[in-house]
Design a protein around this ligand. Sequence first.
Ligand code: GDP
Ligand code: MG
Length: 175
Amino acid sequence: MARTGNRNIQAKLVLLGDMGTGKTSLVLRFVKGQFFDYQESTIGAAFFTQILSLNEATVKFDIWDTAGQERYHSLAPMYYRGAAAAVIVYDITSMDSFGRAKKWVEELQRQGNPNMVMVLVGNKADLEATRKVVTEEGEQYAKENGMFFMESSAKTAQNVNEIFYEIAKRLAKAS
Ligand code: GDP
Ligand code: MG
């Protein structure tokens, strides 16, 4: 059996994406196991920590959530400076949000830490009836840009833990 907790990794993780795509909801689902139907966009606690234990390492995430600044389609580079991982979120029912996600990816590729673990997330997968972005589109874009891809739902909890476990595994492998 692998020893547990034999390495401690601390990693800054940031969330990027359009307003309303579910960034805060994903964090609250992951950290607190809760979901709120009417998320106040202005309630940005902005900072959360969560620990994930893998066989090979213990990863402590310092999670930075936005407090609504993404409304202006810009974020200070200070927000993602030093980030080991970035979760770029779009809403599968909004083609606009998918377009914005690509812009965030491009910005990180230009200005972010080159070793950053980047994950593209199509959230609100429970809203299949009003889907606008087909799965393959997200998948394909992520593949072209060397990113891990997943569709999730903060509402049903589908794939939420999986996103963070995958990031933790990649960070453990890289360190
Ligand atoms: P943020 O602006 O990116 O932080 O988005 P929020 O987390 O504030 O979510 C915006 C709205 O979408 C809120 O009303 C949430 O309840 C809702 N929401 C977030 N994630 C999901 C999801 O996976 N499914 C559904 N149906 N609604 C979601
Ligand atoms: Mg938010």
